[in-house]
Design a protein around this ligand. Sequence first.
Ligand code: TXA
Ligand code: MG
Length: 316
Amino acid sequence: MSAPILSATPVSIERAASCLRDGGLVAMPTETVYGMACDAANPKAVARLYAAKQRPNFNPLIAHVSGLEMASSEANLTDISVKLIDRFWPGPLSIVAPMSPNGSVCDLARAGLDSIALRQPNHGVAAALLKAFGAPIVAPSANPSGQISPTTAEHVAADLGDKIDLILDGGPCRVGLESTIIDTRQAPATLLRPGGIDGAEIEAVIGPLRSDDTDPAAPISPGQLLRHYAPTQPLRLNAKAPKGNEVFLGFGPVAGRSEYDLNLSPSSDLHEAAANLFSMLRMADSHGRPIAAAPIPMTGPGIAINDRLHRAANRV
Ligand code: TXA
Ligand code: MG
């Protein structure tokens, strides 16, 4: 049976919090993508979450917190982390820090690591759910592992509706790409995943970032595998125009060609393109034809968009 989709109200949020207390799985809207939420301190619930997503259990989850105070009881925050939190929370920035020995997030949720990733989402529904629940909530993107992240409640219902207990509908996600992840354990801090906050904005606060130059087959952030965000159809990048029966994912002013053509942003707005990326990839994929995507400039949100497109196009 598919989980009910409930529009977010104080009553449905209270029902979701009680479901979390009972060890349930709840789809929660955030400003980036929809997350599949459960009680971070409940290993049984976390095990069910990994199974529902078919996520390898070496890949740790992000703990969502209500703010600095809850974060400080889960991690030993460095000066760099506090600076980043002051400037960017609530918002699409996850901070990796050493876990606190008194933290409540269970080992399984951290994949046994002695570090933890934390973020305070900037979304009224997620904030209200965290307040009602009163403790950290782990929430990976609510898609089967390796597939395209969901930016609407309907995406979640289509992908995982039969594996979760309840879907809170907060409308389409404003940012549309996952949070930026920064490892703050050593200076300079390391960019583990480009995302909703531009690396340049972060560098303006804490100085130059290092990029994760570990072996791409074994990244520091175990979720940053080469193939991810993947449609079922082949995806060709930097295409000036579609070939054959390809569905075209355009950017900027392009002449309309067929009813299958989509445009991430006709006005070349990279924020709009980021917000549209995952839902348009899903739409393109639904036609059962190969997909060609236009070049996207490597500035601002374009960096995270290109990161997702490259992983989506990777066939290995
Ligand atoms: O925007 C987001 O971050 C969304 C929303 C729902 O909040 N969540 C999300 O979660 O994207 P997920 O599970 O799809 O991606 C979490 C990433 C993975 O790449 C994982 O490896 C990494 O965070 N991660 C978690 N804990 C880590 C740690 N201690 N060290 C390094 N990377 C970590
Ligand atoms: Mg994900």
